[in-house]
Structure formats: C-alpha cells, structure tokens
Design a protein around this ligand. Structure first.
Ligand code: GDG
Length: 520
C-alpha cells in the first residue's frame, strides 16, 4: 500500500486561468513528477497561482483541482499575494538567501500576512492529513509551517526542504524576523539542503540566533530532533529520455538546426531573476564579441521566463536586460546575423529539449543558485551531441558537475575567455567531458533525490527518541531563546485548530494522544 506524501509548496503544480488548468513549469514540479507512483501516492497543497475573490469560483476550482489533479487549493487574496508572496517572501527573504542584502525591502505589515498565510496552510494540512501520512514542506515561503504543524500535531512526520542556498549568518541576520524564521524550520523532523555549505551556514545561524548547540547531523529541539541532510536535487530523467526518443523532438531539432544553420549556438535558460546573472552574462558576451572575428558564426539564445512581474526590482531587470540586448545587437549585428536571440517567454518542453540538444554550449552563470536544474537538463539532452557546459562556480550544481567549465560570473573577461576556449575544444575532448557527467545526472535524478529524502525522513538515523536525552544532556544554552519559542510563533497562545486537529489525527477526543507516524 503506498504511503501518502503530502507535498506542501507555495505554488501548486498547476496554474488556473479562466477555464484552463495548465501545468506550471519550475524546478520542484519537475523533480516531484519523478516519484515512483507505486510507492507513494502524492497529494499537493498549495496556491493555484491567481487570486479568485468569488466564493463560488473558488469552490468550483477546488473541486476541479481535487478531482483531476489530486490537489488541495489554498486560496490567497490579492492583498496576501502582494504582502506574503511578493513582499515578505520574494522581497525580503529571497534576496537574503541569495546574498543580496541591497535588494532587501521590508514592511512590518508583510510579517502579519506571512504568519497568517503560513497558518492557513497549516490548517489545510491538518484538514487533509491522515495517520501514517508524511508531510513534506517546501521552501522559503513556508518557513513557519513546520513549527506550526509540530505544535498542533506533535507526532506528525514533517520534512522541510530549502530549494535556495542558506547564506552565512552575517547575511541572514539582516532579516528583521530572522529568529522566528529559523525557529519555524526547526519544527521539522528533517531539514534538507542542496549542498553541505548551506547546511553548515544553517547550523551556525541557529546556534548564534537561538543559542542552541547544533551538530552537523541534527539540531535538538523541544521534544524532537531536527535531522539535517544534503540532498542535491536532480532532473526528471525518464521524461528527458522519453522526449529525446520522440518523433516530435527530432522534428523540432531539425527545424531549429535549419533555422540556425552555420552558427555555433550558445544557450541560456532561466527565470528572469537578478540572481541568475543575466546582466553580467551580457557583459561577458560584449567582451567576447569585441574580441571575435567570427561574429556571423555565433548565436546566443536566451530563454528568460517572465517571473515575479509585480515586483519593482524584477520590472527594472526586464527593462535593463531588454535595453542591453538591443544595444549589443545594434553594436554587433551584421547583414547576416544578430548575435543575441532573446525570448522573454516560456517555450514548450519539447522545444526546450531540442534547443539543449542542438546547442554547442550552455552558458549558465547565476550569481548564486541553490542548485540550477537547467545545467543538468542541458547535460541530459547531450545524448548524441557533445556540448559543453560553462557553469557558475556559485551554483549548487557546480559541486556535482565535475567536468563543467567553472567560471566566476562577476569576472566577465574570464567568462569571455572561457567561452573562446570552449568553442575551440575538439569534439573528442568535449565528448569525454560530457558523457561521464551525463551518466551521473541520469542516475542521480529527481526520483533519487525525493526517495533519499523521504526514506531518511521515515527512518532517518536520528530518531525522535534521541531528542529527549539530547535536551536533557543540556544541549540548549538557553531554554527560551526568544519569547514564546517556535510553538507560539503564530502569535497566538495555542493553534486555532489544535483540538480539532488532534481529534482528527488520532481518531479520539483525547488531547495529547497523537499516534500519527508512530509506526515509523
Ligand atoms: C529553484 C532554485 C533550484 C525554464 N524555462 C522554461 C522551462 N524552464 C524550467 C527549466 C527548469 C526550471 O524551469 C528552472 O529551474 P532552476 O533550477 O534552473 O531554477 P529556479 O526556477 O530558480 O528553481 C534552484 C530549484 O528551485 C529546484 O530546487 O535548482 O536553485 O532557485 O526545470 O527547464 N521549462 C519550459 N519552458 C521554458 O521556457 N518548459
């Protein structure tokens, strides 16, 4: 009998527009599509991607999502979208997680909304969960949720995965709600990161902000341990193999080949985000083109998916990128070629694969990135070709992709130099580089990632039983590091659905007799 895995993420893997329900594109979605269905029955809880003010419309969408997609919708008002999502999550936490305190904006009212929305998610989880289910919370929008769930259902198995980097303490401490955020994460039984460096930063941040003595394997918390682990996310490998085998893929690749005949292709794919280093990359391309005598023979293809368009910094970024692309095309265009082909939009998956497969080089140069799936997807599509990956050393993927050409994205002259060298590498050497990496990428895929995390969550080496002795051994420097502690993070003395949730979870009216997850 499969376990039910309840994935909780800000966004559902679908977007609802008018009468259309479409699959969202994004890293997490791709990763969880690869879970083995025979082992895990998955449910999703999340926001469908737009504000639906009318109650009747909400009911209709909720029914459709539940019946057709196994999703439980959390509806947010327009005010919540602005304050919780665009404000607190993406204008205060996101920049700090990516070492960009200059982008940090903060309004105290956002904090109220962030707590309220996390509380709404907690209520939805507690309404949905049954005994034996696992709850897997994703990402920085829901950092308070693990502690809220823990307070309401102490025996629930809760995992938390952070898809971004976790920065050094000196950066994270800039956040006005820094303590509450890390304390919220500690409600989880297991916390996962893409890279060991992020885990280490999290430990030292918890130690310094909350005064808790931490270990690299776990952090003792009240009544349980939060085990820590490194789980580098992978791609949905079977989906890529299937697509590469399809007729449509071959048709599209041939079409693109004809359209770009005679050109070396350099591809960059990403959300339009300031962390992705797009402007720095354009600087490097300027450098490269200035020194090249073969401008007609090269084409840079940018696919930049519109992202967070309600946020001012993102609007400025689009303007700057478009203006810089225009400038460079004006400067370097000949009668035969415009060197930068810029798409501010999303392309179909099969086209994405065809583009990756055809490209000579992927230029993936984020200023910082939790993992970066594009780098792995490009490698996956190099089944017949022998493309090269130029990768920022500040992407989590750089720790795994041992044969990539690593660059410092801030050093545009060096990036341009690497590009020149890469284009000159003989096919044999390129093939020798890409093939062993491809093997690794296809083996350690999304399925492997999700399974490792879930297996460790279910039966991890640090059991809850060790929590009490750990606390008794005096692992806390301060018992109450800040008023209230994680359990009261909501600002209310007790969780609103506390009693109801317990009754529902334990099947009894008794408080404190939670049995959920006890078989693990
Ligand atoms: C976050 C972290 C971490 C892009 N354009 C198109 C398209 N995409 C797909 C790619 C890829 C995904 O979007 C982007 O994933 P990344 O990992 O590169 O980046 P983020 O969106 O920032 O994701 C990141 C990730 O979470 C997972 O943990 O790796 O560090 O920031 O899958 O293929 N897909 C389609 N058309 C496009 O035009 N179909």
């Amino acid at each position: 009998m499969p376990n039910t895995l309840i994935n909780v993420s800000n966004r559902l893997p679908v977007t609802v527009e008018e009468d259309r329900v479409t699959k969202s594109s994004g890293g997490l979605v791709a990763a969880l599509e690869g879970l083995p269905e025979e082992q895990y029955k998955t449910k999703w809880i999340g926001w469908p991607g737009a504000a639906f003010p009318e109650e009747s419309r909400r009911q209709e969408i909720a029914r459709k999502l539940a019946e057709e997609h196994g999703c439980v919708a959390v509806f947010l008002s327009q005010e919540e979208v602005t304050a919780f999502y665009e404000g607190f999550s993406n204008s205060s936490i996101w920049p700090l997680l990516h070492y960009l305190p200059n982008y940090l904006r903060y309004e105290p009212a956002w904090w109220e909304h962030y707590q309220n929305v996390n509380r709404t998610f907690a209520e939805k989880v507690l309404e949905t969960v049954h005994e034996g289910d696992l709850v897997w919370v994703h990402d920085y929008q829901l950092m308070l949720l693990p502690a809220m769930l823990r307070a309401a259902a102490p025996n629930l198995k809760i995992g938390f995965f952070l898809h971004t980097p976790f920065p050094a303490y000196e950066i994270f401490r800039c956040h006005p709600r820094r303590r509450e955020l890390v304390a919220g994460m500690l409600g989880a039984n297991r916390i996962g990161f893409h890279a060991f460096g992020y885990l280490r930063h999290f430990c030292s941040t918890v130690q310094r902000l909350l005064g808790i003595e931490t270990e690299l394997t776990h952090i003792p918390s009240k009544g349980h341990n939060s085990a820590l682990g490194v789980y580098p996310i992978g791609i949905n490998a079977p989906k890529f193999e299937q697509t590469l085998d399809s007729k449509e893929f071959h048709r599209r690749r041939e079409k693109f080949r004809l359209a770009h005949e005679g050109k070396r292709l350099v591809v960059s794919v990403e959300r339009m985000d300031y962390t992705k280093g797009i402007l720095h990359r354009l600087e490097a391309i300027d450098n490269f083109l200035a020194g090249s005598d073969k401008i007609d023979a090269i084409r840079f293809i940018f696919v930049s998916v519109p992202s967070r368009e309600g946020i001012e910094e993102y609007q400025h970024l689009v303007e700057e990128v478009e203006s810089r692309v225009g400038q460079l095309n004006g400067k370097y265009a000949t009668l035969l070629n415009s060197p930068i082909h810029f798409i501010h939009g999303s392309i179909p998956f099969v086209d994405l694969c065809a583009l990756y497969a055809l490209a000579d080089i992927a230029l993936v140069t984020p200023l910082i990135d939790g993992m970066n799936l594009v780098a792995k997807e490009f490698i996956a599509c190099q089944r017949e070709n022998a493309g090269l990956l130029i990768l920022s050393e500040f992407a989590g993927a750089a720790e795994e992709l041992f044969n990539a050409l690593l660059v410092n994205p801030y050093d545009s002259a060096a990036v341009a130099g690497t590009l020149t060298d890469a284009l000159a590498l003989p096919t044999e050497e390129r093939r020798n580089r890409i093939l062993p990496m491809r093997e690794r990428v296809m083996r350690y895929d999304a399925r492997h990632w999700a399974r490792s995390f879930i297996d460790d969550l279910v039966s991890g080496p640090i059991s809850d039983a060790q929590a009490r002795p750990a606390a008794e051994r005096g692992c806390y420097r301060h018992q109450r590091p800040f008023p209230g502690g994680p359990g009261s993070i909501s600002g209310r003395p007790s969780f609103p659905t506390h009693r109801r949730a317990r009754r529902q979870l334990t099947g009894s009216g008794q408080e404190g007799v939670g049995t959920i997850g006890s078989q693990h």
